[in-house]
Design a protein around this ligand. Structure first.
Ligand code: RET
Length: 313
């Protein structure tokens, strides 16, 4: 029985880089594709056990792994890639030919430009952040990913200019996560705070490793595309299914209304979710409730009902 022949079948003349993934890289990409697919089914399955109004975080997380599943299918199939002349051509035995092009997977960035904002949304909604803060953080994240893509497609040392802009945008994201987000989560206290801290620390740590992986692969052409596959693959498994599972686990005791998310669900019948002791009973539970009019934090949950407008999703 022939094994995985994707690399050979999709090896189109003129579109194949001198340094590209081998069958091993392809096998690994397909493995991660399967992990993402199974995770998607698991998150959707878990959603079925909740009333519809309590499924937001399940759906966001399942959407993230579903997109990654498709991106990994593309990469395992040697698709969604383009050969780019490397800035530093490193002579090695496994290079085919001598032109010095490296296989760059732009499919990765299409995945990231959709999924990293969703990963941030998962976290920032948990902190009950005001919508404008969520939007600007996601905007900076989009700049970061697009800079990474353009840098990866650039042949000259100018690629590092894009990497630097990407890093600047990344620092702004981190500032919002560790500064603004953390203080809002702390004001909420309880399960939202715990979940935010755990997932926030995990996200920040993992995300710092991505620009390093980029520097070693698309940037500096230091590691083989098979090693790039392993590096990004392991990071993605932790950053998507593992992070998503922890986040959903953390949300088991969180009522979305606690976070200022008033989700209409007329079909909701379970008494458990109306009277689970989590709703503070003040009617207004917006994320800004713990923030005084001068922007300083007041006495946390006791400030509930301060009259801040809340979002209805
Ligand atoms: C790039 C290069 C430009 C500078 C920076 C980067 C950061 C990328 C990150 C990606 C995160 C991806 C995730 C994927 C999940 O599967 C674009 C590599 C800072 C942080 C979490």
């Amino acid at each position: 029985m022939p094994g995985n022949e994707a690399v050979q079948i999709n090896n189109v003349v003129g579109q194949q880089a001198n340094l590209a993934i081998t069958n091993h890289g392809s096998d690994w990409y397909y493995t991660v594709c399967a992990v993402m697919g199974v995770s998607t089914l698991a998150f959707m399955g878990l959603a079925l056990r909740k009333p519809q109004g309590h499924r937001l975080f399940h759906y966001i997380t399942a959407g993230i792994t579903a997109i990654a599943c498709i991106a990994y299918f593309a990469m395992g199939s040697n698709l969604g890639q383009v050969p780019i002349q490397a800035e530093f051509v490193r002579p090695r035995s496994h290079w085919v030919g001598s032109a010095g092009t490296r296989e760059i997977f732009y499919a990765r960035y299409i995945d990231w430009v959709i999924t990293t904002p969703l990963l941030l949304l998962d976290l920032l909604l948990t902190a009950g952040l005001p919508t404008p803060t969520i939007l600007i953080t996601i905007f900076a994240d989009e700049i970061m990913i697009v800079c990474g893509l353009i840098g990866a497609l650039t042949r000259t040392s100018y690629k590092w200019g894009f990497w630097t802009f990407g890093m600047a945008a990344f620092f702004y994201v981190v500032y919002n996560l560790l500064g603004t987000g953390r203080s809002h989560a702390s004001a909420l206290g309880g399960a939202p705070k715990k979940t935010y801290m755990l997932c926030g620390v995990m996200l920040t740590f993992l995300w710092f490793l991505y620009p390093i992986a980029w520097g070693l692969s698309e940037g500096g052409n230091v590691i083989h595309p098979d090693s790039e596959a392993i590096f990004y693959g392991i990071l993605d498994i932790f950053a998507k299914p593992v992070y998503g599972a922890l986040l959903i686990w953390g949300h088991r005791n969180i009522n979305p209304s606690q976070l200022g998310l008033h989700i209409r669900d007329p079909g909701q019948t379970s008494e458990k979710y109306h009277n689970n002791g989590l709703h503070n009973g003040h009617g207004v539970t917006g994320p800004d409730r713990a923030v005084g009019t001068n922007g300083t934090h007041t006495t946390g949950a006791s400030a509930a009902g301060a009259g801040a407008p809340t979002a209805t999703v």
